[in-house]
Design a binder for this molecule. Structure first.
Ligand code: ARG
Length: 447
């Protein structure tokens, strides 16, 4: 038999540079469990349909199961000359069981085979990512509960705006991650469709049973169009798009953690176990994890753009360009899973400095809006109330008074005769924070 599984048509030997250039086995070998599972399902179907004998299907299953063990134990010799994981496994199967092995590829092409393998792989990954997101959400809820009632400044334009609860801030990320999980669950639905049977692009002359293959592999549906079956990578692009949005969220959170851990803010302390030092400055403790997550966000965005660019000019159906999808997919999967894992672990051990948060919330005249609301309740239109409180704040700044609530009652009354003693309740930091919490059901998590 020819050296390459496709070698029959070729008279000359393959150029060595081409072999190195076109191989994918160095990275697509991670698909091996899925390739083997798919092949076993395919060969059982071939036997059920009388296309190959039961005996051959039995030999194929045994051979593939042994190969699975060989690869797992590190004893399998991968060969770049055999291009990809599919041909490496098939060649080894033929080596082991002879002619029966050569029958496995009946009614199948590597084009539908690789589409199946990636779908099987991505299905598992989407599930794992959803679980990892849930673990991070748990860590955020835990933090919110542990520090229930802690007040911190809320920002707009990165200027202190209004006091908020720390738990409210944590739960904002919880909401983002909830949407992320939904996106992965949604993408899972379109990944969970069985493409085998399209063969190269046109289907096959053999009387195959696609639904039987789908059943064995737990797919609830089969693809409807043979060309689309082998040329569709939407599900991978969707995975990378969902990953990009997730990483954007993690990156925003990273930015805040980095800021909050500076001496200037001093709101949090990231545990030593999750930081590193400087090789020259002995005093340094650097927030590497959020920095790296923020940095790695770029490569996930990059993979999304790579995949979109890869696919945008491709005529139907399969084109070899599509082999370039794998490294982007794998890199995205690895980066997202690692980032989620390490973030959850880091957040579980996060310490907060509630005194620093409270002090910062207490400055910047952060209850000014609540004082304006007070005047509105006394009957002043909001615009006029805004103007009055603006003047009060200016007066405070000019007279070096740190909080609106530090003004004496007669000072207040110079600005409006509507102001009475109850102004001190409106200007109180804690009351003003808590009075707003109910609207957004922060107590969803009991804090
Ligand atoms: N390694 C190939 C890929 O990942 C498998 C499909 C090859 N098909 C082909 N007609 N050469 O896309």
């Amino acid at each position: 038999m020819a050296e390459k599984p496709w070698g029959g048509r070729f008279a000359e030997k393959t150029n060595k540079l081409l072999e190195r250039f076109s191989q994918s086995v160095s990275f697509d070998k991670r698909l091996y469990p899925y390739d083997i599972r798919g092949s076993i399902a395919h060969s059982k179907m071939l036997a059920k349909q009388g296309i190959i004998s039961e005996d051959d299907a039995q030999k194929i299953e045994e051979g593939l199961t042994e190969i699975l063990i060989e690869i797992k134990s590190g004893g399998f010799q991968f060969s770049e000359a055999l291009e990809d994981i599919h041909m490496n496994i098939e060649k080894r199967l033929i080596e082991k069981i002879g002619d029966a092995g050569g029958k496995l590829h009946t009614a199948r092409s590597r084009n539908d085979q690789v589409a199946l393998d990636i779908r099987l792989y991505m299905r598992d990954q989407a599930k794992e990512v959803v679980e990892l997101i849930a673990a991070l959400q748990e860590a955020l809820i835990g933090l919110g509960k542990k520090h229930a009632g802690v007040i911190m400044p809320g920002y707009t334009h990165l200027q202190r705006a209004q006091p908020i609860l720390f738990s409210n801030h944590m739960m904002a990320y919880h909401e983002m991650f909830k949407r992320d999980a939904e996106r992965f669950e949604d993408c899972y639905k379109r990944t969970n469709v069985m493409p085998l049977g399209a063969a190269a692009l046109a289907g096959t002359t053999f009387p195959i049973d696609r639904n039987y293959v789908a059943e064995q592999l737990d797919f609830p549906a089969v693809t409807k169009n043979s060309l689309d079956s082998v040329s569709d990578r939407d599900f991978a692009i969707e995975f990378c798009a969902a990953s990009s949005i997730l990483m954007m969220h993690l990156s925003r959170m990273s930015e805040e953690l980095i800021l909050w851990s500076t001496d200037e803010f001093g709101f949090i302390r990231i545990s030593d176990a999750f930081c590193t030092g400087s090789s020259i400055m002995p005093q340094k403790k650097n927030p590497d994890i959020p920095e790296l997550v923020r940095g790695k966000t770029g490569r996930v965005f990059g993979s999304l753009i790579s995949l979109l660019t890869l696919m945008k000019g491709l005529p139907l159906a399969y084109n070899r360009d599509m082999q370039e999808d794998k490294e982007q997919i794998f890199d995205t999967v690895d980066t997202v899973k690692m980032s989620l894992q390490i973030f959850a672990a880091m957040m579980e051990e996060l310490e907060i400095n509630k005194e620093a948060m409270l002090l910062a919330a207490d400055g910047g005249y952060s209850t000014a809006t609540e004082v304006a609301d007070y005047l509105v309740r006394k009957g002043l239109p909001f615009r006029d109330a805004h103007e009055v409180v603006g003047k009060i704040v200016r007066y405070c700044i000019e007279n070096n008074i740190k909080r609106v609530g530090d003004l004496k009652i007669d000072e207040f009354q110079q600005f409006s005769s509507m102001i009475g003693d109850d102004i001190y309740i409106a200007a109180d930091l804690e009351r003003s924070t808590k009075s707003k919490s109910d609207l957004f059901k922060i107590d969803d998590i009991g804090v």
